[in-house]
Design a protein around this ligand. Structure first.
Ligand code: GDP
Ligand code: IMO
Ligand code: MG
Length: 424
């Protein structure tokens, strides 16, 4: 059996939560492989809206096993709040949500350090979500981290040692703080974690593969936020790309099957860093308003721009994307003209590959396509789609060399259209 992976191709918030929820009926298992509560994955169905942070998006469709893998960083306090809210709305997770003992714990002091480092960076700040992601992965790689499995192994001593290290760092950064409340919630979270199945999830997932189960891995963030291939240093601290599913779950590379690459019909970014097709004008504001582009974690206004095919081609290459899913198509319903960036002009030179230095002045080279100016939000089949929209899809497929098999025309689970095109 092969394992499929769904991941973002842009700067995050592509609509991964909705897409995973739509695909879940085809799978027995949904697994998160990286990131943490910096993610905000939104799902809408039956008039209800849910925003998931650490919990995989496969929890709403039947009794599927959902796994939080070793590559994830987990904040017990936020996890408790998230799961309790889901339970209050009638979704019980304790039996079906399994957590890797090797997932690293976000400590209260990691959250403080995230904020302290950002403050110290001044104008060069990354604009993180402030959830302690960078400091937690730093401790993981520096071999100072605490893992979920440590809850049962010399926990208090390990916690005291990590806290003392962090407090020294906070002192050197002149950061004032009060840990009392944060620590109280965190220790309650630790107790709460004990009610869940804490597993050697790499063994579990490989045994599920051997027994023929269908598994979908859910990415967080997006390829352009990947620690190695994203717009460094304005990135997150994990491997968001397909290879991250292997290291973040213990899945061998030759087990990977379909790679669903998901993107918006345009492009957004939240936080600082280069964004070649950004539209700091009325058009960008219009996309933001229609698309309701405000961060699901921090509420920050997302920066908006036209689709960037140079960056998307790069993402398709790095991830080995086999199928594309286009989200938020309806957001462009009103536009007379749609633009797509097909190359960059860098210091007078036209390039069609994603360059090392994207801080340099980059001018996007656009192709213009006619808009469809028709509402697609109630459409249910490929046949109903306006000709101009289909032409946009064909253009993108030709540019990217991969079929777009699903298009999303609204935030609800039902507003999803499958296309029956041949796979590449
Ligand atoms: P994720 O982090 O990749 O899961 O994406 P987010 O949930 O952060 O952001 C996507 C936003 O777009 C959410 O508010 C979704 O409800 C919404 N959304 C998803 N698909 C569509 C769509 O096709 N059309 C519209 N208008 N909204 C969508
Ligand atoms: P989902 O999974 C969009 C961005 C932050 C910041 C940078 C580093 O919902 O797509 P971090 O807190 O990870 O250290 O912040 O990455 N970022 C996201 N942007 N969607 C996300 O997740 C993001 N997670 C982190 O805004 O620029
Ligand atoms: Mg999001």
């Amino acid at each position: 059996m092969k394992v499929d992976v769904l991941l973002g191709l842009q700067w995050g918030d592509e609509g991964k939560g909705k897409a995973v929820d739509v695909l879940t009926p085809r799978y027995d298992v949904v697994a998160r492989f990286q990131g943490g509560p910096n993610a905000g994955h939104t799902l809408e169905f039956e008039g209800q809206k849910y925003v998931l942070r650490s919990v995989p998006s496969g929890v709403f469709q039947g009794n599927k096993i959902n796994i939080i893998g070793n590559g994830v960083v987990l904040d017990p306090a936020l996890f408790k709040t998230e799961v309790e809210a889901l339970e209050a709305s009638g979704h019980y997770l304790k039996q079906k949500l399994h957590l890797s003992k090797k997932a690293h714990l976000i400590l209260p002091t990691h959250r403080l350090l995230d904020k302290a480092y950002e403050a110290a960076k001044g104008d060069a700040k990354v604009g993180t979500t402030g959830k302690g992601i960078g400091p937690t992965y730093t401790d993981k790689v520096g071999r100072n981290g605490m893992r979920v499995g440590d809850i049962f192994h010399d926990f208090n001593r390990k916690y005291a040692r990590a806290k003392a290290n962090h407090e020294q760092l906070l002192k050197s950064l002149n950061y004032s703080y009060d840990l009392t409340e944060l620590e109280r919630e965190w220790f309650e979270g630790i107790e709460y974690l004990k009610q869940f199945k804490l597993t050697d999830s790499e063994h579990e997932i490989n045994s599920l593969i051997r027994s023929g189960k269908n598994i979908l891995c859910e990415g967080a963030q997006g390829t352009m936020l990947d620690i190695d291939f994203g717009s460094y240093p304005y990135v997150t601290s994990s491997n968001t790309v397909c290879a991250g599913a292997c290291t973040g779950l213990g899945i061998a590379p030759n087990r990977i099957g379909e790679v669903y690459g998901i993107f918006k019909a345009y492009c957004t970014r939240v936080g600082a860093g280069p964004f070649p097709t950004e539209l700091p004008d009325e058009t960008g504001d219009k996309i933001c308003t229609i698309g309701n582009e405000f961060g699901s974690v921090t509420g920050r206004k997302r920066r908006c721009g036209w689709i960037d095919l140079v960056a998307l081609k790069y993402a398709v290459m790095i991830n080995g994307v086999t199928q594309l899913i286009m989200m938020k198509s309806d957001v462009l319903d009103e536009f007379e003209v749609i633009k797509a960036c097909v190359a960059y002009n860098v210091n007078g030179e036209k390039i069609d590959y994603f360059p090392y230095d994207i801080d340099a002045h980059i001018e996007p080279v656009y192709v213009e396509l006619p808009g469809w100016q028709t509402s697609m939000t109630k459409m249910q089949s490929e046949e109903e789609l306006p000709a101009e929209f289909s032409a946009y899809l064909f253009f993108l497929e030709e540019q990217l060399g991969v079929s777009i098999t699903i298009v999303s025309v609204g935030s609800d689970r039902e507003q999803t259209i499958e296309r029956h095109t041949e796979k590449e």
